[in-house]
Design a protein around this ligand. Structure first.
Ligand SMILES: [Zn+2]
Length: 102
């Protein structure tokens, strides 16, 4: 919204024959947008740390898991076997089924 207002003001200045002021206003609008975005991010981080509900999304907070070989510790690329040591990969579901059967 602030960026939109700044751009609208700069367009109005540009049309009224002040291109330098228009460029400065656009840059100022961008700086304000950046400042308020960073403040919102800090507020979201504080709310998340405090366990409160927050709207929006904390940037860089996506989680991903990488499977590693329990024999040598290398990151696994395939589902069948380890690329480094060649150990065969056994799925945990298969272990549970054999325990239930026996
Ligand atoms: Zn391995």
């Amino acid at each position: 919204m602030i960026l939109f207002l700044g751009v609208a003001a700069s367009i109005w200045m540009g049309m009224s024959g002040e291109p330098y002021s228009a460029a400065l206003t656009t840059f100022g609008a961008f700086l304000h947008w950046l400042l308020f975005r960073s403040l919102a991010e800090i507020i979201r981080l504080l709310k998340r740390n405090g366990g409160f509900d927050y709207e929006g999304r904390v940037s860089g907070s996506s989680f991903d898991h990488i499977l590693s070989c329990s024999h040598c510790g290398a990151a696994l690329q395939s589902d069948a076997s380890c690329d480094r040591c060649g150990a065969r990969i056994v799925k945990p579901e298969a272990d549970n089924q054999t325990e239930d059967d026996g």
